[in-house]
Write a protein of this length. Structure first.
Length: 319
C-alpha cells in the first residue's frame, strides 16, 4: 500500500488507525455512508479479494479528512484500488485545500506503477465536483449514485407530517391491520430476511448485496444497537422484514423484503416507520435510505421518496 506522505502542510497517514480511532472519527460525523464504516471494510476484506486500508489526512496535525481504501493485487503486478464514498471531512475545508488533498491522494497511486485507481467521492454532483476530479486528471466512468437522506433530528410527529399523503395513508392501513411486529438484532427474522432477499435478488437479477456479504457486515458491527431487524408476522409466519444498520450518528436502510401479503397490507411502510421511530429515540440524526433509480427501480424509488427526505446524487465514479 501507499507510504505516508507529506506535501507542504498536508500529511497522508496509511494504516495507522485502530477500530477505536475509526469509531471516534465516524461518530463525530453527523452524516456518514455505510461504505466508510469499519464493519463494511472488514466485510469487504473477508468476502472479496480486496484488502482494506485506512487513510487519515492531516493539516498541521489536525485531521481534515479520512477514508477507507480498498486494494487488490493481481498476479503480483497490477494493483486495483478504489475509494467508495470517501473521503469524509469532519469540518468544511476550502477549495484550495481540497484540491491539494485530492492531488496528493491521486499521486499515491501512479499509473506508471500499474495502479488501476477508481474513486467515488462522497461529494454531491456539481460543476465544482467535476472540476476537482478533472484537476487531478480523473474522468467520470460511471454516473453518480443517487440516494435519499432523511433528517431524523426532528420529532416523530414532524416526520410523520412530512410523509407523502399516499404513503401516510398506507401506513395508517398497516397500523390498523392485525400483524405482529418485533425488533431483533439476529436470529430467525434475520435469516428469513436474508434467504428471501437472496432469492429475490437472483430472480430479479438485482444489483444488491449478497446475503453472505450482509452477514459479514453484521458480524463486524459493534454492539447490539448497530443492527436492527424489524419483522411483521401473522400466525407465526413472517410476511415482511427490513434491516437497518447504524454507524456513528447515521443509519442505513440496507435491505428489505415483503411477500404478496406484506405488499398488499403495506407492511414495509409499517416496519420502516417503526424503525425510524426507534432511531429517533436512540438519537440517530440521519437515515440513508439507499439507492434510488427511477428507470430500473421506479416502484422502490417512489416508495423511498414518499418518506419526504432529500434526494441526493453524487458526483460519480472516476478513473
Amino acid at each position: 500500500m501507499a507510504k505516508d506522505t507529506a506535501v507542504g502542510d498536508i500529511t497522508l497517514e496509511w494504516d495507522q488507525a485502530s477500530l477505536r480511532d475509526w469509531d471516534r472519527l465516524i461518530s463525530a460525523m453527523p452524516q456518514s455512508p455505510l461504505e466508510q464504516s469499519w464493519a463494511y471494510g472488514l466485510a469487504m476484506a473477508q468476502t472479496t479479494p480486496f484488502n482494506v486500508h485506512t487513510l487519515i489526512a492531516r493539516q498541521n496535525r489536525k485531521v481534515i479528512a479520512f477514508s477507507l481504501v480498498y486494494s487488490w493485487r493481481l498476479a503480483g503486478t497490477v494493483t486495483v484500488t478504489k475509494i467508495i464514498r470517501g473521503p469524509l471531512f469532519p469540518n468544511p475545508i476550502d477549495a484550495l485545500t481540497r484540491s491539494r488533498l485530492y492531488a496528493e491522494i491521486k499521486a499515491a497511486f501512479p499509473l506508471h506503477k500499474l495502479n488501476f485507481f477508481t474513486w467515488m467521492p462522497e461529494q454531491v454532483s456539481s460543476p465544482e465536483a467535476t472540476k476537482f476530479m478533472a484537476d487531478v486528471s480523473m474522468r467520470q466512468v460511471i454516473t453518480g449514485y443517487s440516494t435519499i437522506w432523511l433528517n431524523l433530528a426532528q420529532s416523530p410527529d414532524v416526520l410523520r407530517s412530512q410523509l407523502d399523503g399516499k404513503w401516510r395513508n398506507q401506513l395508517k392501513k398497516a397500523e390498523a391491520a392485525t400483524f405482529k411486529t418485533r425488533i431483533s438484532e439476529k436470529g430467525m427474522d434475520l435469516e428469513w430476511l436474508l434467504q428471501k432477499h437472496d432469492e429475490h435478488r437472483k430472480n430479479k437479477q438485482l444489483r444488491a448485496p449478497a446475503g453472505d456479504f450482509v452477514r459479514a457486515v453484521i458480524r463486524h458491527c459493534q454492539g447490539k444497537q448497530h443492527v436492527m431487524v424489524l419483522a411483521a408476522q401473522k400466525r407465526r409466519s413472517n410476511h415482511a422484514a427490513i434491516l437497518l444498520l447504524r454507524h456513528g450518528r447515521t443509519a442505513t436502510y440496507y435491505i428489505g423484503y415483503s411477500d404478496e401479503i406484506g405488499r398488499r397490507n403495506y407492511l414495509h411502510n409499517l416496519l420502516l416507520w417503526q424503525g425510524i421511530e426507534k432511531l429517533v429515540a436512540d438519537g440517530v440524526q440521519w437515515l440513508d435510505l439507499g439507492g434510488i433509480d427511477g428507470q430500473r427501480m421506479p416502484g422502490v424509488s417512489r416508495f423511498k421518496l414518499g418518506l419526504g427526505g432529500t434526494p441526493t446524487t453524487l458526483a460519480g465514479t472516476y478513473l
